[in-house]
Design a binder for this molecule. Structure first.
Ligand code: SIN
Length: 275
Protein backbone atom coordinates (compact mmCIF):
# COMPACT_ATOMS: atom_id res chain seq x y z
CA UNK A 1 0.00 0.00 0.00
CA UNK A 2 1.29 3.45 -0.96
CA UNK A 3 -0.08 6.63 0.64
CA UNK A 4 0.75 9.88 -1.17
CA UNK A 5 -0.46 13.33 -0.02
CA UNK A 6 -2.99 14.90 -2.42
CA UNK A 7 -3.05 18.65 -3.19
CA UNK A 8 -3.87 20.54 0.05
CA UNK A 9 -5.80 17.83 1.81
CA UNK A 10 -6.04 14.10 2.03
CA UNK A 11 -3.98 11.36 0.43
CA UNK A 12 -4.22 8.91 -2.45
CA UNK A 13 -3.92 5.26 -1.46
CA UNK A 14 -2.55 3.13 -4.29
CA UNK A 15 -1.28 -0.43 -4.88
CA UNK A 16 -4.20 -1.57 -2.81
CA UNK A 17 -7.71 -3.06 -3.15
CA UNK A 18 -10.30 -2.33 -0.45
CA UNK A 19 -12.19 -5.55 -1.22
CA UNK A 20 -9.25 -7.87 -0.57
CA UNK A 21 -7.50 -5.89 2.18
CA UNK A 22 -5.71 -7.95 4.83
CA UNK A 23 -6.02 -7.23 8.57
CA UNK A 24 -2.52 -5.71 8.51
CA UNK A 25 -3.54 -3.41 5.65
CA UNK A 26 -6.67 -2.45 7.59
CA UNK A 27 -4.44 -1.31 10.47
CA UNK A 28 -2.30 0.70 8.01
CA UNK A 29 -5.44 2.18 6.50
CA UNK A 30 -6.71 3.25 9.92
CA UNK A 31 -3.42 5.08 10.54
CA UNK A 32 -3.59 6.80 7.14
CA UNK A 33 -7.20 7.80 7.81
CA UNK A 34 -6.26 9.29 11.19
CA UNK A 35 -3.28 11.14 9.72
CA UNK A 36 -4.94 12.53 6.56
CA UNK A 37 -8.69 12.51 7.37
CA UNK A 38 -9.46 11.98 3.69
CA UNK A 39 -8.43 9.08 1.46
CA UNK A 40 -8.84 8.63 -2.30
CA UNK A 41 -8.71 5.27 -4.08
CA UNK A 42 -8.64 4.54 -7.83
CA UNK A 43 -9.47 1.42 -9.84
CA UNK A 44 -11.33 -0.35 -7.05
CA UNK A 45 -13.46 -3.45 -7.57
CA UNK A 46 -16.09 -2.61 -4.97
CA UNK A 47 -19.61 -3.89 -5.75
CA UNK A 48 -22.25 -2.99 -3.12
CA UNK A 49 -21.64 -6.18 -1.07
CA UNK A 50 -17.90 -5.35 -0.83
CA UNK A 51 -18.66 -1.70 -0.06
CA UNK A 52 -20.74 -2.93 2.90
CA UNK A 53 -18.09 -5.43 3.97
CA UNK A 54 -15.36 -2.77 3.97
CA UNK A 55 -17.60 -0.38 5.96
CA UNK A 56 -18.35 -3.07 8.56
CA UNK A 57 -14.67 -3.96 8.90
CA UNK A 58 -13.86 -0.31 9.57
CA UNK A 59 -16.75 0.61 11.88
CA UNK A 60 -20.49 0.59 12.50
CA UNK A 61 -22.86 1.77 9.81
CA UNK A 62 -25.33 4.57 10.50
CA UNK A 63 -28.10 5.10 7.96
CA UNK A 64 -28.84 8.59 6.65
CA UNK A 65 -32.32 9.76 7.68
CA UNK A 66 -33.23 11.57 4.47
CA UNK A 67 -31.66 9.99 1.39
CA UNK A 68 -33.17 7.11 -0.54
CA UNK A 69 -31.29 3.87 -0.18
CA UNK A 70 -30.68 1.19 -2.78
CA UNK A 71 -33.49 -1.37 -2.96
CA UNK A 72 -31.21 -4.29 -2.20
CA UNK A 73 -29.16 -2.65 0.55
CA UNK A 74 -30.96 -0.34 2.99
CA UNK A 75 -27.61 0.68 4.53
CA UNK A 76 -26.38 2.19 1.25
CA UNK A 77 -27.64 5.72 0.55
CA UNK A 78 -27.99 6.90 -3.01
CA UNK A 79 -26.57 10.28 -3.99
CA UNK A 80 -28.50 10.42 -7.23
CA UNK A 81 -29.07 13.06 -9.86
CA UNK A 82 -31.14 12.01 -12.87
CA UNK A 83 -30.59 13.49 -16.34
CA UNK A 84 -33.80 15.43 -15.97
CA UNK A 85 -33.04 16.90 -12.52
CA UNK A 86 -31.54 20.35 -12.01
CA UNK A 87 -30.54 20.10 -8.36
CA UNK A 88 -27.90 17.81 -6.91
CA UNK A 89 -27.34 16.65 -3.35
CA UNK A 90 -24.59 18.41 -1.42
CA UNK A 91 -23.68 21.29 -3.74
CA UNK A 92 -22.70 23.53 -0.83
CA UNK A 93 -19.92 22.98 1.71
CA UNK A 94 -21.10 20.70 4.50
CA UNK A 95 -20.21 17.89 6.87
CA UNK A 96 -22.41 14.80 6.94
CA UNK A 97 -24.69 14.35 9.94
CA UNK A 98 -23.27 17.19 12.09
CA UNK A 99 -26.91 17.74 13.17
CA UNK A 100 -26.74 14.47 15.14
CA UNK A 101 -25.73 14.37 18.80
CA UNK A 102 -23.16 11.75 17.79
CA UNK A 103 -22.03 12.95 14.34
CA UNK A 104 -20.92 10.42 11.77
CA UNK A 105 -17.28 9.34 11.91
CA UNK A 106 -16.92 9.20 8.16
CA UNK A 107 -18.48 8.49 4.79
CA UNK A 108 -17.39 6.09 2.07
CA UNK A 109 -18.49 7.26 -1.38
CA UNK A 110 -18.30 4.98 -4.42
CA UNK A 111 -18.81 6.16 -8.01
CA UNK A 112 -21.50 4.13 -9.82
CA UNK A 113 -22.58 6.27 -12.80
CA UNK A 114 -20.56 9.33 -13.76
CA UNK A 115 -21.19 12.19 -16.16
CA UNK A 116 -18.78 12.43 -19.12
CA UNK A 117 -17.27 15.55 -17.55
CA UNK A 118 -17.78 17.48 -14.31
CA UNK A 119 -19.24 16.28 -11.01
CA UNK A 120 -16.02 16.73 -9.02
CA UNK A 121 -16.16 16.70 -5.23
CA UNK A 122 -14.27 19.39 -3.29
CA UNK A 123 -12.92 18.88 0.21
CA UNK A 124 -11.59 21.18 2.91
CA UNK A 125 -9.15 20.37 5.71
CA UNK A 126 -10.51 21.71 9.00
CA UNK A 127 -7.50 20.80 11.16
CA UNK A 128 -5.12 22.77 8.91
CA UNK A 129 -7.65 25.60 8.73
CA UNK A 130 -7.88 25.74 12.52
CA UNK A 131 -4.08 25.78 12.92
CA UNK A 132 -3.83 28.74 10.52
CA UNK A 133 -6.45 30.91 12.26
CA UNK A 134 -5.13 34.17 13.74
CA UNK A 135 -4.56 33.80 17.52
CA UNK A 136 -7.21 36.47 18.24
CA UNK A 137 -9.82 34.45 16.37
CA UNK A 138 -8.74 31.21 18.09
CA UNK A 139 -9.26 33.00 21.45
CA UNK A 140 -12.70 34.27 20.36
CA UNK A 141 -14.04 30.83 19.48
CA UNK A 142 -12.30 28.66 22.07
CA UNK A 143 -15.24 28.18 24.44
CA UNK A 144 -18.12 28.53 22.01
CA UNK A 145 -20.67 25.90 21.11
CA UNK A 146 -22.71 25.94 17.90
CA UNK A 147 -26.13 24.67 16.91
CA UNK A 148 -26.21 22.28 13.92
CA UNK A 149 -29.53 21.61 12.21
CA UNK A 150 -31.16 19.94 9.22
CA UNK A 151 -34.59 21.58 9.51
CA UNK A 152 -33.76 24.37 7.03
CA UNK A 153 -32.90 21.68 4.43
CA UNK A 154 -35.23 18.75 5.01
CA UNK A 155 -38.07 20.16 7.16
CA UNK A 156 -41.33 21.56 5.86
CA UNK A 157 -40.42 24.38 3.45
CA UNK A 158 -36.77 23.30 3.74
CA UNK A 159 -34.43 24.19 0.87
CA UNK A 160 -34.30 20.69 -0.59
CA UNK A 161 -38.11 20.34 -0.34
CA UNK A 162 -38.41 23.28 -2.75
CA UNK A 163 -36.34 21.56 -5.45
CA UNK A 164 -36.74 18.71 -7.90
CA UNK A 165 -35.00 16.47 -5.37
CA UNK A 166 -38.03 16.59 -3.07
CA UNK A 167 -39.46 13.24 -4.27
CA UNK A 168 -36.19 11.53 -3.41
CA UNK A 169 -36.24 12.59 0.25
CA UNK A 170 -37.87 10.82 3.13
CA UNK A 171 -38.50 11.62 6.76
CA UNK A 172 -39.73 15.20 7.16
CA UNK A 173 -40.55 14.18 10.74
CA UNK A 174 -36.92 13.20 11.40
CA UNK A 175 -35.51 16.73 11.50
CA UNK A 176 -33.62 17.92 14.55
CA UNK A 177 -30.71 19.88 16.00
CA UNK A 178 -27.63 19.19 18.12
CA UNK A 179 -25.01 21.44 19.64
CA UNK A 180 -21.26 20.78 19.51
CA UNK A 181 -18.11 22.62 20.62
CA UNK A 182 -16.80 24.95 17.91
CA UNK A 183 -13.25 23.70 18.47
CA UNK A 184 -13.16 19.95 19.02
CA UNK A 185 -10.34 17.59 19.92
CA UNK A 186 -10.34 14.99 17.19
CA UNK A 187 -11.13 11.63 18.85
CA UNK A 188 -8.33 9.73 17.06
CA UNK A 189 -5.64 12.22 15.98
CA UNK A 190 -5.93 14.44 19.06
CA UNK A 191 -5.66 17.51 16.79
CA UNK A 192 -7.70 20.63 17.35
CA UNK A 193 -10.33 21.03 14.63
CA UNK A 194 -12.71 23.82 13.70
CA UNK A 195 -16.11 22.10 13.82
CA UNK A 196 -18.65 24.35 12.07
CA UNK A 197 -19.92 24.00 8.50
CA UNK A 198 -22.01 26.14 6.13
CA UNK A 199 -24.59 23.40 5.44
CA UNK A 200 -25.71 22.68 8.95
CA UNK A 201 -24.32 25.15 11.50
CA UNK A 202 -26.96 27.81 12.03
CA UNK A 203 -25.71 29.84 15.01
CA UNK A 204 -23.61 29.92 18.15
CA UNK A 205 -25.37 28.77 21.28
CA UNK A 206 -26.70 31.75 23.24
CA UNK A 207 -25.88 34.26 20.46
CA UNK A 208 -28.24 36.27 18.26
CA UNK A 209 -28.64 34.92 14.74
CA UNK A 210 -27.17 38.00 12.99
CA UNK A 211 -24.19 38.17 15.33
CA UNK A 212 -23.57 34.45 14.78
CA UNK A 213 -23.83 34.86 11.01
CA UNK A 214 -21.06 37.45 10.92
CA UNK A 215 -18.54 35.30 12.77
CA UNK A 216 -19.59 32.11 10.97
CA UNK A 217 -19.09 33.81 7.60
CA UNK A 218 -15.62 34.94 8.67
CA UNK A 219 -14.73 31.35 9.64
CA UNK A 220 -16.24 29.93 6.43
CA UNK A 221 -14.30 32.43 4.33
CA UNK A 222 -11.10 31.33 6.06
CA UNK A 223 -11.68 27.57 5.55
CA UNK A 224 -12.66 27.85 1.90
CA UNK A 225 -9.34 29.41 0.87
CA UNK A 226 -7.46 27.38 -1.76
CA UNK A 227 -4.64 26.40 0.62
CA UNK A 228 -7.07 24.26 2.68
CA UNK A 229 -9.09 22.73 -0.14
CA UNK A 230 -8.79 20.23 -2.99
CA UNK A 231 -10.91 18.92 -5.84
CA UNK A 232 -11.32 15.24 -6.71
CA UNK A 233 -12.07 14.16 -10.26
CA UNK A 234 -14.08 10.92 -10.22
CA UNK A 235 -13.37 8.06 -12.61
CA UNK A 236 -14.98 4.62 -12.84
CA UNK A 237 -13.63 2.63 -9.87
CA UNK A 238 -12.94 5.72 -7.71
CA UNK A 239 -13.76 5.61 -4.00
CA UNK A 240 -13.38 8.36 -1.42
CA UNK A 241 -13.39 7.89 2.34
CA UNK A 242 -13.54 11.08 4.41
CA UNK A 243 -13.58 11.83 8.12
CA UNK A 244 -16.59 14.01 8.88
CA UNK A 245 -15.00 15.37 12.06
CA UNK A 246 -12.17 17.15 10.20
CA UNK A 247 -13.33 17.81 6.62
CA UNK A 248 -16.02 19.58 4.63
CA UNK A 249 -17.07 18.48 1.18
CA UNK A 250 -19.30 19.71 -1.66
CA UNK A 251 -20.22 18.30 -5.06
CA UNK A 252 -20.09 20.31 -8.29
CA UNK A 253 -23.37 20.58 -10.18
CA UNK A 254 -21.87 21.27 -13.61
CA UNK A 255 -23.21 18.33 -15.67
CA UNK A 256 -26.82 19.25 -16.48
CA UNK A 257 -28.56 16.71 -18.71
CA UNK A 258 -26.35 13.83 -17.52
CA UNK A 259 -26.85 11.31 -14.77
CA UNK A 260 -24.60 10.91 -11.74
CA UNK A 261 -25.11 8.17 -9.15
CA UNK A 262 -22.92 7.57 -6.12
CA UNK A 263 -23.34 5.04 -3.30
CA UNK A 264 -22.61 6.35 0.17
CA UNK A 265 -22.19 4.45 3.43
CA UNK A 266 -21.86 6.50 6.58
CA UNK A 267 -20.10 5.24 9.69
CA UNK A 268 -21.28 6.00 13.22
CA UNK A 269 -19.23 8.35 15.39
CA UNK A 270 -19.27 9.51 18.99
CA UNK A 271 -20.19 12.71 20.81
CA UNK A 272 -17.50 15.34 20.28
CA UNK A 273 -15.47 16.86 23.10
CA UNK A 274 -14.14 20.41 23.28
CA UNK A 275 -10.41 20.82 22.67
C1 SIN B 1 -22.29 14.09 -0.37
O1 SIN B 1 -22.53 15.25 -0.07
O2 SIN B 1 -22.16 13.21 0.45
C2 SIN B 1 -22.14 13.74 -1.83
C3 SIN B 1 -20.87 14.19 -2.41
C4 SIN B 1 -20.82 13.91 -3.88
O3 SIN B 1 -21.83 13.57 -4.47
O4 SIN B 1 -19.76 14.05 -4.47
Amino acid sequence: MRVSPFENCGAVVSDFQLATMTDIELTELRSAFTEHGLLFFRDQQLPPEEHLRFARRFGTIVVNKFFKTTEEHPEIAEVRKEKTQQTNIGSGWHTDHSYDYEPALGSILVARTLPATGGNTHFANLAAAYDALPETLKKRIENLRAVHSNTHLYGENGLYRMTDLADQLGGMDRVGDATHPVVIRHPQSGRKVLYVNPGHTIQFEGWEFAESRELLDELYGHVSQPQFTCSFNWQPGSVTFWDNRCTWHMADNDYQGQMRLMHRITLAGTALAAA
